[in-house]
Design a protein around this ligand. Structure first.
Ligand code: SAH
Ligand code: SF4
Ligand code: F3S
Length: 470
């Protein structure tokens, strides 16, 4: 796979191009036999979840409404992820399953988009192996969906278009998943090239939105009654890179904090870029929640070097210490990969000891999955699946125990819960996230959804907190 670090250019989409897309949306709306209902099926991270909100926004602008399920929709679009093999297989499996649904509903159109489409050779593979896919486009040309869909609906056939560009499209319509909370993307792409990771290849180079555009969007969300904003980027700490204004992430946070949005969160942070200024901005803020997602990936210096993470175990632990001394009781979460090529039992034990030492409030744990074209995939010492499975089980056991132990510190304390929905285990309980980012369950009903409720934590159950209203 080519490393496009230097030969791609970043640009805002021109007003003429945006006008063309708006025109295409209006033309689709006026078509007599266009799809009436849609369903967006999303895989992957928050970036993709937010892209799906944009896709839904554009489809609604074309006059379509959201179908209750994918079986009854006229247009189903899969927004795919390829960060690990299982994410990719799940998406392709579901696309194939829809082939059967189409036999019952010949009007059905099937689209595929997202990170997977940006993989080299994927467009050809879709054309050959998935003849029932009508429309495919990648992350780089998502903003062109109206034009591509119009071409499909007018001319028939199949439309598959993959672009290699690093652009920023402002002012696309967005249909939010939640009324009370919103995602705001502040930067796109990634320049880090961690050896195992495909994201820089499928999301392009880092580019930051202008601070004024972000502030304007945040203001409009605030006017809309949004209580919580989650700022998104593969590496939010390097926000501002390449901007002439000299904007930085801590300064963006300070400006947003001053606007008075009730809750501000962000992800993800690369440990090598976590500055003291960011910690200062958090510690001095009123609205930035006391929580931090700081992916460590491994506790071994050798493995971190092989992963091209550009920090050591000691650097990482130093950042954790700085966060904890500035923001006591900060909720700390992480991502960990086991079974990276060359990882020895001793090196894995260093990850276990780091997890023991840090005491995370939650962790996402993954078995290394080779991605074609990345440096790790070509490294010697690939780890046998049964060894990796054994390691992840031991890791999960330690993490779950540490999580239970650490969560005890919240028992008896007060939290503000933004209620997300009814609890999965009971219909007289609701759950949501407290300020420290931990899931909390309390007695409640549907009418609490979207409200911020003050509670006192009463206990730890199934690795989450239980609480009563104050
Ligand atoms: N930009 C973010 C998130 C990237 S993807 C960050 O740097 O943290 C989310 C997580 O998926 C990563 O943190 C990593 O733990 C995991 N991941 C990425 N590539 C992987 C691979 N090839 N195999 C297994 N896990 C992987
Ligand atoms: Fe992938 Fe590393 Fe970039 Fe995160 S920082 S998206 S893990 S390359
Ligand atoms: Fe997956 Fe793309 Fe996110 S590969 S993790 S959806 S950036």
């Amino acid at each position: 796979m080519q490393d496009h670090r230097t030969d791609r250019k970043t640009a805002h989409i021109t007003p003429e191009e945006m006008a063309k897309q708006r025109q295409a949306m209006a033309e689709i709306r006026a078509l007599a036999d266009r799809p009436q209902t849609f369903c967006v099926v999303t895989y992957g991270c928050q970036m993709n979840a937010h892209d799906s909100e944009v896709i839904a926004g554009m489809l609604m602008e074309m006059g379509m409404t959201e179908a209750p399920d994918r079986e009854s929709a006229d247009f189903v679009i899969f927004n795919t992820c390829c960060v690990r093999d299982n994410a990719e297989r799940k998406a392709l499996g579901n696309v194939t399953w829809l082939k059967e649904v189409r036999k019952r509903n010949p009007r059905l159109r099937i689209g595929v988009c997202g990170c997977m489409i940006q993989e080299p050779g994927m467009a050809e593979r879709i054309l050959k192996q998935y003849p029932f896919v009508d429309l495919a486009f990648g992350t780089a040309n998502l903003y062109r969906m109206p034009e591509l869909l119009l071409r499909l609906l007018r001319d028939g056939g199949r439309v598959v278009e993959v672009a290699e560009e690093d652009t920023i499209a402002e002012e696309l319509p967005v249909q939010r998943l939640r009324r009370d909370a919103a995602y705001v993307t502040i930067m796109y792409g990634c320049n880090n090239f961690c050896s195992y990771c495909i994201v820089p290849y499928v999301r392009g180079r880092e580019r930051s939105r202008e601070m004024d555009d972000i502030l304007r969007e945040a203001e409009s969300l605030q006017r809309d009654g949004v209580k919580e904003i989650m700022l998104l980027g593969q590496n939010v700490n390097s926000y501002g890179l390449g901007l002439e204004s000299g904007a930085t992430f801590p300064n963006l946070l300070r400006r947003l904090d001053a606007m008075g949005i009730e809750r501000l969160r962000f992800m993800t942070s690369h440990p090598k870029d976590l500055s003291d200024d960011l910690i200062d901005a958090m510690a001095g803020s009123r609205h930035i929640l006391p929580q931090f997602h700081l992916p460590v990936q491994s506790g071994s210096d050798e493995v971190l070097r092989a992963m091209n993470r550009r920090y050591t175990r000691a650097d990482y632990l130093g950042r954790v210490k700085a966060l904890r001394s500035a923001i006591p009781d900060i909720g700390l979460t992480t991502d960990i990969i086991v079974g990276h090529p060359g990882e020895t039992e001793e090196q894995f034990l260093e990850t276990l000891s780091l997890v023991e030492e840090v005491g995370y409030d939650s962790a996402f744990t993954f078995i290394y999955s080779p991605r074609v074209g990345t440096r790790s995939a070509a490294m010697p010492g690939q780890i046998a699946p049964e060894v990796a499975t054994d390691r992840i089980q031991r890791l999960i056991a330690v993490q779950e125990r540490r999580q239970r132990e650490r969560l005890q510190r919240f028992v008896g304390t007060e939290e503000q819960v933004l209620v997300e929905g009814l609890s999965r285990r009971s219909d007289t309980a609701v759950s949501g996230k407290g300020g420290h980012g931990i899931s909390i369950t309390l007695a409640g009903t549907e009418k609490d959804i979207g409200e911020i409720i003050p509670v006192r934590v009463t206990g730890v159950k199934n690795n989450t907190l239980t609480a009563e209203r104050l």
